[in-house]
Structures are given as structure tokens and as C-alpha cells.
Design a binder for this molecule. Structure first.
Ligand code: NAD
Length: 254
């Protein structure tokens, strides 16, 4: 028996570095899955090696009300309901100090990283209540508990989802819906390459090495190490855990 046998999951940002690995892991553990991201083509690539009988892909922008309702409906229509939501889609936004940061870019980061998570929770809740409960994992970050001079919108959004998670955990507790965040430090994905280049476009490699050095374990996380924590938090093994902030940060915030 897989650890997610019989469950239906939705993962947003499923074509990205962490979401793709988590998708494969969840399906290997027996669940049926809706993979949500911005581009059908990228979703098809991410799902290429997965069992098509267990996977539905759904092109959707998580910051849109209609798209959020549509991806939840896709899970209900194809698989009969939802037990698990991993609200993982996110963008880093500009790498700039506050005085140089575009106002529109600030709004976009908050729309995707905070409003998008709120919408996912809002529309998943009724479906989870129908099933007698569920588990929601939100991808926050070490940026959700610390600050960086050049990632103000990202920092604000990742702090924001912790508050949202705590509220949703209290909201859903008596209906057996658990809500937690995972908080990774730098992970080996596209997002960190973008941030490293944003910090120093002429010498991104030095930035990478400097950040690695600052992490007690001395390296970035592998996406699988984040997916492992997500898997535990959405499985019944974590049945008493809700309202928690789970650092996966190599000791960075110790
Ligand atoms: P990634 O860029 O590889 O993946 C993010 C995915 O989200 C992409 O596939 C992107 O298309 C999708 N996405 C962006 N905007 C969207 C929208 N409006 N609607 C639907 N999908 C959208 O990066 P990743 O590292 O896999 O990031 C996944 C999550 O982990 C993000 O929330 C990110 O903030 C968080 N995180 C990443 C790191 C890191 O170092 N990579 C560290 C801490 C937290």
C-alpha cells in the first residue's frame, strides 16, 4: 500500500522544480493527482512519465478566481473529490531594493503567492468538508521567517502565507482539515538561478557559493528533500499536525 492510496491530490506549480518532483512522488505513493501550472506544454512534459490514469493536468493561473475554481472542479469531475492540496505555485518577483521595486511587480507577487494560496484554500475547503477532512500544505520559505533587502514582495508574501495558514488551520480544524507550511531554504531549481543572477548578473556563481556557505549543512536542498516533507504532511502519518511551520532549511534559521 502506498502512503497516499485512495487519496486525490492537487498540486499547484506542478511543472516547476519542486512541484514536478512532488507530483511524481505523490503518484508513486498511490494517489490520483491534478497537476496545475501556467502552461499545458510544461505540464505535459512534467507528467510525461506518470500514469495517465492517475494524472490530470490543468492549465490555470492561481491568482485568478475563475481558474482556481476550475482546477478544483477538474479534480472533482475527474476523480470525485479532493483530499490534499499543495499550494506551491510561486514567483520570486524582482530582485531589487524597495525604492527601486516596481509597484506593479509587488502587486503581481502578492497576487500569485498570497491571493493564489487563499483562493486555493477557499475553493478546496468545501470539497474537503464533503470528504470528511483533508490536508493542505502551503509552500512558504525561509523568506517567510527572515528578511532580505532585495526580495521585499517575496518576503511579505511568504510571511503572509504563514498567517493565512494559521487562520485556515483554526478555521478547518473541527472539520478535520489540517493546514501547514513547508519552509525551504534555497532549493536547486530555476527560482534560485534567477535570484542569484538578480543579485549579481556578472558573477552568479559566486553568489551561489556564498549562499551555500551560509547554510549550516553547506548546500542547497534537493527538490526531493522538500517533496519528502510535503508527503509526510499530506499523509495520515501526520494526523495530529496542523497550524505548523515546518522548516526544511539545512539549519539556516537555527
Ligand atoms: P519554479 O519556478 O521551478 O516553480 C514554480 C512553478 O509555479 C512554475 O512552474 C511556475 O510556472 C508556477 N507558477 C508561477 N506562477 C503561477 C501562477 N500564477 N499560476 C500557476 N502556476 C504558477 O520554482 P520552485 O523552486 O519549484 O518553487 C516552488 C515553490 O517553492 C514556490 O512557492 C517558491 O516560492 C517556493 N520556494 C522555493 C525555494 C527555492 O529555493 N527554489 C525556496 C523556498 C521556497
Amino acid at each position: 500500500m502506498g502512503r497516499l492510496e485512495g487519496k486525490v491530490a492537487v498540486i499547484t506549480g506542478a511543472a516547476g522544480g519542486i512541484g514536478r518532483v512532488a507530483s511524481a512522488r505523490f503518484v508513486a505513493e498511490g494517489c490520483r493527482l491534478v497537476m496545475v501550472d501556467l502552461s499545458t506544454e510544461q505540464l505535459e512534459q512534467a507528467a510525461a512519465d506518470l500514469d495517465p490514469d492517475r494524472v490530470e493536468i490543468c492549465e490555470a493561473d492561481v491568482s485568478s478566481v475563475q481558474d482556481s475554481q476550475r482546477y478544483i472542479k477538474a479534480a472533482v469531475d475527474r476523480f470525485g473529490g479532493i483530499d490534499i492540496l499543495v499550494a506551491n505555485a510561486g514567483i520570486e518577483g524582482q530582485v531589487a531594493r524597495i525604492v527601486d521595486y516596481d509597484v506593479e511587480e509587488f502587486d503581481r507577487v502578492i497576487a500569485v503567492n498570497l491571493r493564489g494560496v487563499w483562493l486555493g484554500i477557499k475553493y478546496a475547503f468545501p470539497q474537503m468538508i464533503e470528504r470528511g477532512g483533508g490536508s493542505i500544505v502551503v509552500t512558504s520559505s525561509t523568506a517567510g521567517v527572515t528578511g532580505s533587502a532585495v526580495l521585499s514582495a517575496y518576503n511579505a508574501s511568504k510571511h503572509g502565507v504563514i498567517g493565512l495558514m494559521r487562520s485556515a488551520a483554526r478555521d478547518g480544524a473541527r472539520q478535520n482539515i489540517r493546514v501547514n507550511t513547508v519552509n525551504p531554504c534555497p532549493v536547486e531549481t530555476r527560482m534560485m538561478r534567477s535570484i542569484e543572477t538578480g543579485i549579481d548578473g556578472d558573477d552568479a556563481q559566486s553568489v551561489y557559493e556564498r549562499i551555500q556557505d551560509s547554510i549550516p549543512l553547506g548546500r542547497y536542498a534537493d527538490p526531493a528533500e522538500i517533496a519528502n516533507l510535503m508527503l509526510f504532511l499530506v499523509s495520515d502519518e501526520s494526523s495530529y499536525l496542523t497550524g505548523g511551520v515546518y522548516m526544511a532549511d539545512g539549519g539556516s534559521t537555527s
